[in-house]
Design a protein. Structure first.
Lengths: 64, 473
């Protein structure tokens, strides 16, 4: 999985060419999936989203 | 009661019998230790047992009960867990030779909570190296074998745990789910596994794989057992800042009501990343008929395409693994399994801006997913895996592209709910022509675990799939 022609080195770590290709594919998927999104959110907004969209804490039979 | 009969009992049953004095903790713990010791190795399920400590603890539980004192709802019940749930002073090897001989410095919150509920920790079960992989392969420990057919994979990464629970060698176990590691092995081994909402259960003191995607949850032999386990381990933990301050529901009390008027949304097949195998498609159709027969309103529910969610999840996963493993990969690369490296290395080449975009998009995408889907249905239904259980030899390809493809396929219906953090449960929905179990996945809005457990519990009672046992167990 290493030492082949076309391999690259990142942070002292030898990366086979196919791994770099997988990373490029993921980057492409991220850019496509997020292209339409207006940014301004930061990662912790995710926790707020779960709380806001979550089952009401007082749902019948749900909480003690 | 004979040891073999004790091991056939479910978690809730055995807890009840110990509580009422019909069984002693000593007898149950001895049966569990003997069962794991005798038959665990043939499934490659067992990492190690702590026999003397467990028996001493069981005897203490029996003395306390005789004095009229119970520690909690799991008083005196023996449990064994994935080898990544640390207990201070004990070995914790995380499925890797890199950490062979590693002694844990801390006790994980989930284990502490089970202690507080009265459970007895009898040992650790094999897992995929660093919990990275959904097939279950691990060349270091030997591949765990599926109790339904030892030539087939268990699913992973909670591989030893899932097959031990299926084989009646463990009453329940703690799993972790970063991209299917509870639900996939639960599905392939014919048991129940629940990945709670992100933030419902503390991850503190458990081995991290990807801190944005890791979830802690139980694998059990029924949804009633899962309710008991989840109630014990859920709740806010100041040491895991992602945990929610919400109170923990009494999940066991919510199992009773039927499914009349429950709106079950069915994910249209064109939303899947891979097509369903015919056996899965048939079992899923039968499962939907079963839900209808219970009074649920089952309708197609338009949902966003899964492929972008899977891409976003994989980007976060590989970036965070690279951050955690950079020094180890630099210094101990030859000691990793090839299967682990094949999943891990792309993270070192991923652009940091793309990692942050994937992370930042989680809030908005989770909001829009919930609003679009849960305005139309209460529970989303889909198969847990699109294909039946592969054989070990056909997927043991040393981490090459066939292994990566098989992994992506097995986890393709799973990953969107790690990215969105939504709760999801897998429960058996039938068997294929080879006699291998198939799983039904149910998903709900954040913190609606009680609804999921109720739905799967009613489904289990109506279908009876959980009454089947692996041949020879």
């Amino acid at each position: 999985m290493s030492g082949q022609s076309g391999d690259t080195k990142v942070l002292d770590i030898e990366l086979p060419a196919e791994m770099v290709e997988v990373a490029k594919g993921l980057s492409r998927q991220v850019r496509e999936a997020t292209a339409e999104l207006a940014f301004g959110a930061e990662p912790l907004d995710f926790l707020a989203a779960l709380e806001e969209e979550g089952e009401p804490a007082s749902a019948p039979g749900a909480t003690q | 009661m004979k040891a073999e009969e004790i091991l056939q009992l479910g978690l809730a049953d055995v807890a009840r019998q110990i509580r009422h004095g019909a069984l002693t903790s000593r007898a149950v713990t001895e049966a569990a230790l003997d069962g794991l010791e005798r038959r665990g190795p043939e499934l490659n399920a067992l990492a190690r047992l702590h026999r003397e400590e467990a028996l001493a603890e069981a005897e203490a539980c029996d003395r306390e009960r005789a004095r009229g004192s119970l520690r909690g709802p799991l008083h005196g019940v023996p449990l064994a867990h994935k080898d990544m749930y640390h207990r201070a002073g004990r070995l914790s090897e995380m499925g890797t030779r890199i950490y062979r001989g590693n002694i844990a410095q801390v006790t994980s919150t989930a284990v502490s909570k089970l202690d507080a509920a009265g459970a007895i920790d009898v040992g650790r079960l094999n897992m995929v190296e660093f919990a990275l992989g959904v097939t279950g392969h691990n060349a270091h420990t030997g591949h765990p074998r599926n109790a339904w057919d030892p030539a087939r994979v268990t699913g992973g990464s909670t591989s030893g745990g899932a097959t031990a629970v299926a084989a009646r060698l463990a009453f329940a176990t703690l799993g972790s789910d970063t991209g299917g590691s509870i639900r996939v092995p639960a599905s392939l081994c014919g048991i129940v596994g629940i990945k709670p909402t992100y933030g419902r259960v503390s991850r503190w003191g458990a081995m991290p794989l990807s801190f944005s995607l890791d979830h802690v949850g139980p694998l059990c032999r029924s949804s009633e057992d899962a309710a008991l386990m989840l109630e014990a381990i859920a709740g806010h933990d100041p040491r895991d800042r992602s945990t929610s301050p919400r109170p923990v529901p009494r999940y066991r009390d919510a199992l009773g009501p039927g499914l009349e008027q429950l709106r079950v949304g069915v994910v249209p097949p064109e939303r899947y990343e891979f097509p369903l195998a015919p056996a899965v498609e048939k079992a899923f159709k039968d499962a939907l008929d079963g839900l209808k027969a219970l009074g649920a309103r089952v309708e197609i529910c338009e949902v966003p395409e899964f492929t972008p969610f899977n891409g976003l999840r994989r980007a976060i996963l590989v970036a965070e693994i690279a951050a955690l493993h950079r020094e180890l990969v630099r210094t101990r690369r030859a000691d990793y399994n090839q299967t682990t490296l094949s999943r891990m290395l792309p993270g070192f080449a991923l652009d940091s801006a793309d990692y942050l975009r994937a992370l930042s998009a989680r809030g908005p995408l989770t909001r829009s997913f919930c609003r679009e889907v849960f305005s139309r249905c209460d529970v989303l239904a889909l198969p847990t895996t699109p294909v039946p259980t592969p054989r070990i030899d056909e997927t043991d390809t040393q981490g090459d592209s066939r292994y990566v493809e098989a992994s992506n396929q097995l986890g393709s219906l799973i990953g969107p709910f790690n990215y969105t953090g939504l709760p999801a449960i897998s429960t058996p929905m039938g068997f294929d022509d080879s006699g291998m179990p198939l799983g039904l996945q149910l998903v709900a809005r954040p913190f609606a675990e009680a609804l999921l457990l109720r739905t799967s519990h009613q489904f289990e009672r109506a279908t009876g799939w959980l009454e089947r046992r692996p041949p020879g167990f």
